[in-house]
Design a protein around this ligand. Structure first.
Ligand code: ARG
Length: 460
C-alpha cells in the first residue's frame, strides 16, 4: 500500500507531520508561483507542439493553468504544507480543477529542472528592476555632484585630512562604484538568462522534447548545454549574492560617511527630517537611523552569500535537497537591496550640504602641505627635500598654533629665497583643487568632465 504523497508509490509508511514540515519549502517558494505557472505553461505547450501530448489533453491543461494564473493574481490560491513545495501544490490544485489529465503535465519533466527554471525566471525578471533603481541613484548622485562641483571639503586618507577636494568629485567616485555594480548585475543576467528546462531529473529524457521551444516561450536567451549542470548549477544565484554584497558594501561605506558627517563634530551635512528619527528620552536627538539600518543590513546580505557558498561546496552532482536552501537568502537579498537603494536615493537627494563647514575645515588645517612641497619642487628643490622642509614647518605650526598660510613672507624667504608672494595663492584650498588638471582628478574642469560623461552614459 502506498502513501498519499504525489511520489508515494514506493512508500508504505506516512511520515510524521513535523518531519514533512521540515522538508517543505512552500512557506517561501510560493514566491515563485508566477514563475512556476509560466514554466508549466511553456512546458505543456511544448508537449503539444512535439505531439508528446495530444491537443485535447494539452489544451485542457493550458486552460487549467491559465485559470490558476487568474486565481493567483486575485489572491485566491492557497497552498498547503502537505504538498511540500510550490511545484506539487500547483499540480495538486490543477488536479482538483481538471482531474487526472493534470498528471500528464509532468511528462518529460522533473521537479529538479522545474525548480531551476523557476529560480532562473524569478531572478531574470528582477534584475532589470534592480538595475533600474541603481540608475535612479546614479542620477541623484550626478545632480548632487553638479550642484557641488565647487564645494570644497577635506579629502581624507586614514580619516586624516589629506588634500582638499571637490565634494562633487567625492560624489562621482560613488557614481563609478555603482556603475561597476550595474555592470556586474548585467553580466549576472547572462548566466541567469539560460533555460534548464528539459534537463529533467539529471540525464535528459527519452521523450522527443524541444528545449529550444520552451526556452523561446519563456524568452530565455539560450539553453543549458549540459543536463547535469542545468539542474545543479546555482552559480547565477551566487553571482547575484556576491554582486549584491559588493553593492551593499558600497552603500554601507557611503552610509558610514553620512553618519559621521551629520555628527556635531563634522556637521558637513544635515539629513532631512524624513530620513531621520528622534529619541524617546533625549529631545534634542536627530538620528541617522536609515543610514545606520542600510549599513547594518549589509551584514545579512554578506551572510546569505557565505551561507549558499557553504551549502554548495560539498554537493555531488546533480540535484540534492540541500539546494532547497538556495531560495530564502536570494529572496531576502532582493527584499533588502531594493528598498535600501530606494531609501538611500531619497536620503541623498534630500540631504543639505553645509558648504561653509566643509570649506572651513580645509582652511584651518595642513591639507595644503602638499601644495607647499609642490611649490618648492617647482622652484627646483628636490621633492624629498621640499617634503622634509614642509614637514618641519607643519611640526612648528602644530606646536605653536599656526597654519602654513599664516607664515610671513620673511620667514618663508629664510627657507628659500625663491619663495615669493605667489605662494599664498597656492596655499588656498580652492587653488589646490582648481590647479589639478590630471585626468580623473578633483580639479573643477575634470569633475565637470566626469559629470558630462556620466550624463552621456545615462542619456540624462
Ligand atoms: N522544493 C525543492 C527545492 O526547492 C524542489 C525540487 C525537489 N526535487 C527533489 N528531487 N526533491 O529544491
Amino acid at each position: 500500500m502506498s502513501t498519499k504523497k504525489l511520489w508515494g508509490g514506493r512508500f508504505t509508511t506516512e511520515s510524521a507531520e513535523w518531519i514533512d514540515a521540515f522538508g517543505a519549502s512552500i512557506s517561501f517558494d510560493q514566491l515563485m508561483a508566477h514563475e512556476d505557472l509560466e514554466g508549466s505553461l511553456a512546458h505543456v505547450k511544448m508537449l503539444k507542439h512535439t505531439k508528446i501530448l495530444n491537443a485535447t489533453d494539452a489544451d485542457q491543461i493550458v486552460a487549467g493553468l491559465q485559470e490558476l494564473q487568474l486565481e493567483l493574481n486575485t489572491g485566491k490560491l492557497t497552498f498547503s504544507v502537505e504538498n511540500e513545495d510550490i511545484h506539487m501544490n500547483i499540480e495538486s490544485i490543477l488536479t482538483k480543477k481538471i482531474g487526472p489529465v493534470a498528471g500528464k503535465l509532468h511528462t518529460a519533466r522533473s521537479r529538479n529542472d522545474q525548480v531551476a527554471t523557476d529560480l532562473h525566471l524569478y531572478l531574470k525578471h528582477r534584475l532589470p528592476e534592480i538595475i533600474g533603481v541603481l540608475i535612479q541613484l546614479q542620477k541623484v548622485i550626478i545632480e548632487k555632484a553638479e550642484e557641488n562641483v565647487y564645494t570644497i571639503m577635506p579629502g581624507y586618507t586614514h580619516l586624516q585630512h589629506a588634500q582638499p577636494i571637490s565634494y562633487g568629485h567625492y560624489l562621482m567616485a560613488y557614481y563609478q562604484m555603482f556603475k561597476r555594480d550595474i555592470e556586474r548585475f548585467s553580466f549576472n543576467q547572462q548566466h541567469t538568462d539560460l533555460s534548464p528546462l528539459g534537463a529533467a531529473a539529471l540525464a535528459g529524457t527519452t521523450f522527443p522534447i524541444n528545449r529550444q521551444f520552451t526556452a523561446d516561450e519563456l524568452k530565455f536567451k539560450d539553453i543549458y548545454a549540459n543536463s547535469l549542470d542545468a539542474v545543479s548549477d546555482r552559480d547565477f544565484v551566487l553571482e547575484f549574492l556576491s554582486n549584491a554584497s559588493i553593492l551593499m558594501m558600497h552603500l554601507s561605506r557611503f552610509c558610514e560617511e553620512i553618519i559621521l558627517w551629520c555628527s556635531y563634530e563634522f556637521n558637513y551635512i544635515e539629513l532631512s527630517d524624513e530620513y531621520s528619527t528622534g529619541s524617546s528620552i533625549m529631545p534634542q536627538k536627530k538620528n541617522p537611523d536609515m543610514a545606520e539600518l542600510i549599513r547594518g543590513k549589509s551584514g545579512r546580505v554578506f551572510g546569505h552569500l557565505l551561507g549558499l557558498l557553504t551549502t554548495l561546496k560539498g554537493l555531488p552532482l546533480a540535484y540534492n535537497k540541500d539546494l532547497q536552501e538556495d531560495k530564502e537568502g536570494l529572496f531576502d537579498t532582493i527584499k533588502t537591496i531594493v528598498p535600501s537603494l530606494k531609501i538611500f536615493t531619497g536620503m541623498l537627494s534630500s540631504l543639505k550640504v553645509n558648504e561653509e563647514k566643509m570649506a572651513h575645515a580645509t582652511e584651518h588645517d595642513f591639507s595644503n602641505a602638499t601644495e607647499l612641497a609642490d611649490y618648492l619642487a617647482n622652484k627646483g628643490i628636490p621633492f624629498r627635500e621640499a617634503h622634509a622642509i614642509v614637514g618641519k614647518l607643519v611640526l612648528k605650526g602644530t606646536q605653536n598654533g599656526f597654519n602654513l598660510q599664516d607664515i610671513p613672507l620673511e620667514e618663508f624667504k629664510k627657507i628659500s629665497p625663491l619663495i615669493g608672494q605667489d605662494v599664498y595663492e597656492d596655499l588656498k584650498s580652492k587653488t589646490a583643487v582648481e590647479r589639478r588638471h590630471s585626468a580623473g582628478s578633483t580639479g573643477f574642469d575634470e569633475v565637470n568632465k566626469q559629470i558630462k560623461n556620466a550624463k552621456k552614459e545615462l542619456d540624462f
